[in-house]
Design a protein around this ligand. Sequence first.
Ligand SMILES: [Zn+2]
Ligand SMILES: [Zn+2]
Length: 465
Amino acid sequence: MAEVKEYKCPCCSAELTFDSESQKMKCPYCESEFDISTVQDYNEQLAAVAEGSDDMSWETSPGSDWSDGETNGMSIYSCKSCGGEIIADSTTGAASCPYCGNPVVMSGHFSGDLRPDIVIPFKLDKEAAKSALIKHMDGKKLLPKVFREQNHIDEIKGIYVPVWLFDAEADADLAFRCTKVRSWADAQFNYVETKYYQAVRAGKISFANVPVDGSEKMPDDLMESIEPFNVDEAVEFSTAYLSGYLADKYDVTAEQSIERANERIRSSARDAFTSTVRGFDTVTCEGCRIRLNDAKSRYALYPVWILNTTWENNKYIFAMNGQTGKFVGDLPVDRKAYWKWFAIIAVIAFIVIAIGIFMFSGQLNSNGTLGSAVGSVLSAFFGTGSMRSQLKSVRQNSGAAVYEKKNSMQLSDDRDIFLNQKVEKMPRNNSNIQGPGAGGPPQGHGPSVHNDGGTIINIGDLMKK
Ligand SMILES: [Zn+2]
Ligand SMILES: [Zn+2]
């Protein structure tokens, strides 16, 4: 016989004990009984997918060394204000920091660091970036006027942002605890039947070019908001692509970016496999182990148009994907414009509601006036609220689903294993008293009732005291 280990109850996670009389494993809490082999298989599966057994290491090192003379004519410009360091060739030069707008000074010739592997060249020029920005601000009534000034818009800058790209095939093993719940009733009792299953999934899924921003100064959420970039259009790096543009010097290394890449891959892989667990009323992921094969990383430069501005002591930064034109940037709210629109909407709503009440009831008493006033304030609140929300466009992208290779998911294990079944029986006229034999409700479902074929369900009776 197998050595005595701690085994978890598949129904409630309590520790099981061996019952010598029945020769079975028994749960002291929920009174479930299991064959030893069922419990062993269940617990082995759990151990196999337990946290900490992942292997998500990346062995390849992205980037390469520059060849002699390749960086001649490229200078580093440093920003005293935010500490940003950017690279520009001597003909392009740089006068102000693309991240904070303060003046930059040339601090030396660029050398060292890694040479990018690939670059996505700018596809949209400055004019396209300017018109995207104008369009971005279009129709936003609460935007301060200063943002629309043309000379400011001219300061938009094209910058290559350093990005670490991660490619891998993930081997995933997952275990889920699932239940099917069914209810019915007879003249005396309500019944709730719960069937417990362990769903086991294993397989492969591949990801390509999951990006992690390698620039400290470039806000991660801003960079993830203008994703995706199409890496199919990337070309082998050459300094020729840099002329006329700035380039950011990476200050987050590939090693430091691994954690974020793994987080994005893990959450996308888990979502993809979870979507294959179907036909249950509850599904809880109890573990997900990921091992990476063919894990490769590359160093890329992505084209971004960037504009920053300061308004009332707050910094605002806008970015446009220099390849696809996707434009994002949170905009500030002009307080004066806000209250002006609040008043306009409130007055109009008041008149409309008051006329409505008058036409409906033929009079406008004090109650009607109060109702109109409340209605007008609410309308103004929601009206200006939607104007405010137009000004927000920056979001963090937590998964990597768009980087999943099409149809790359293959299931090698796909089992839904039945574990146990329980029926709770409750007297119909007093649902607070447990029926005989029910040792407490199993975890995982409340008084939720699913009817798939049972006789009658009377939720009113279940809830009645
Ligand atoms: Zn139990
Ligand atoms: Zn700066």
